[in-house]
Design a protein around this ligand. Structure first.
Ligand SMILES: C[S@@+](CC[C@H](N)C(=O)[O-])C[C@H]1O[C@@H](n2cnc3c(N)ncnc32)[C@H](O)[C@@H]1O
Length: 207
């Protein structure tokens, strides 16, 4: 983000903002015009709590990446951190290409297959994460191009998933035990499969 030269006047969208941690950081660090959107009401509620006193203010919206209620050419920069893979990828990319200005750019970090997963692994991924497809880097590039994105760069990062520690979790009071089991399965899946499933950071433009 430090390399992006984000200006105060720029309109930035954090797509699938979750609890709003990145949106808060970007607005505070760059004083830009931030909009954050997520489909899940609990994420939006938690983001609202985090962002309520944010300066500069952030526009927070509950909405669907596949059907964005923004006018064409609304944003200078779109960020999506681990979001598009959970949606109908082509629909979301088409929507993003519509709402980003011609002069704009997009940076996404998304789950990427390091090699073609076996059918059994694919079934496990689909049932664990509810996603329709796990794309390789080449497949991501093809879908980005189809949606109209150009100058697609892969920003260099470690290719394996890295376990991270979160320090400011606002945990809900009553979480059903099935969600802890699911989290456990996710942790195990990441540890066991980081040769097959990694991620990529793509930066792309529209012109
Ligand atoms: C893995 S979380 C990432 C959250 C946040 N970007 C971060 O890095 O902490 C994925 C987020 O995408 C949101 N999401 C999934 N499908 C979506 C959709 N169709 N439209 C908008 N948000 C969506 C989820 O509700 C969730 O908050």
């Amino acid at each position: 983000m430090e390399d992006e030269n984000i200006q105060r006047t720029e309109a930035v969208l954090d797509l699938g903002c979750g609890t709003g941690q990145t949106a808060a950081y970007l607005a505070e660090r760059f004083h830009c015009q931030l909009t954050a959107i997520d489909k899940h009401p609990i994420m939006v509620e938690k983001a609202k709590e985090r962002l309520k006193n944010n300066n500069p203010p952030i526009q927070l919206i509950e909405g669907d990446a596949e059907n964005l209620r923004f006018a064409d050419d609304s944003f200078d920069l779109v960020i999506a951190e681990s979001v598009i893979a959970f949606t109908h990828i082509s629909k979301t990319l088409d929507e993003l290409a519509r709402v980003i200005k011609n002069t704009g750019r997009m940076i996404i970090i998304e789950m990427t297959a390091e090699q073609n997963p076996t059918e059994a692994l694919q079934r496990e991924i689909f049932s664990l994460y509810g996603i329709r497809e796990v794309l390789t880097e080449e497949e991501w590039r093809a879908k980005l191009q189809q949606a109209g994105f150009t100058k697609i760069e892969t920003i260099k990062t470690p290719s394996a998933l890295i376990p991270s520690e979160l320090h400011d979790v606002n945990q809900s009071k009553n979480i059903h035990s099935k969600f802890f089991d699911l989290w456990e399965k996710h942790d195990q899946f990441v540890l066991q499969n980081n040769h097959f499933i990694g991620f990529r950071v793509f930066k792309c433009h529209l012109s």
